[in-house]
Design a protein around this ligand. Structure first.
Ligand code: HEM
Length: 129
């Protein structure tokens, strides 16, 4: 029964600590985006329920994208961010907040690099100018 013992590489989802850990990361990241003047302009003017819905979709997106047991049922990244007018500078501010969040949760370098690389892959769909 050697195969039972065989160690396989864990998914990024597992290595980040699973659903609750990802939800906590999203909450911290969203509150950083909201409290910064530059990125906060994207987060105003939404009802409480719309913000909860958005938060839920981001948690599910990350759960799905990192190999977890979720399905992502939201819109694709290009459709959902189109028209926000996000600039390169806004994006860089967002990445800075994401790094601060990952550091706060002491996410190890390897996993941090994987999260940042995955986010970088979405940039072309999110940044418009
Ligand atoms: C500076 C970075 C970002 C800002 C300021 C930002 C801002 C926003 C805003 C304002 C919305 C709501 C759009 C609307 O419904 O009118 C949204 C939706 C969303 N964003 Fe972002 N976003 C950023 C980066 C990202 C990244 C990196 C991801 C991927 C993990 C992401 C995932 C999502 C998802 C899943 C939704 C909801 C999709 C839906 O409603 O169907 N965002 N974002």
């Amino acid at each position: 029964m050697d195969n039972f013992q065989k160690k396989t590489e864990k998914t990024l989802y597992e290595r980040l600590g699973g659903f609750d850990a990802i939800a906590a990361v999203v909450d911290d990241f969203l509150s950083r985006l909201a409290s910064d003047k530059q990125t906060g302009r994207f987060m105003v003017g939404h009802s409480t329920n719309s913000k909860k819905r958005q938060r839920q979709l981001i948690v599910e997106f990350l759960c799905f994208a990192t190999g977890g047991p979720c399905e992502y049922i939201g819109r694709d990244m290009k459709t959902t961010h189109a028209g926000l007018g996000m600039t390169e500078s806004d994006w860089q501010a967002g990445v800075k907040h994401l790094v601060a969040t990952l550091d706060k949760f002491k996410v190890p370098q390897k996993e941090k690099d994987e999260v940042l690389a995955a986010a970088a892959g979405l940039k072309k769909d999110i940044v418009e100018k």
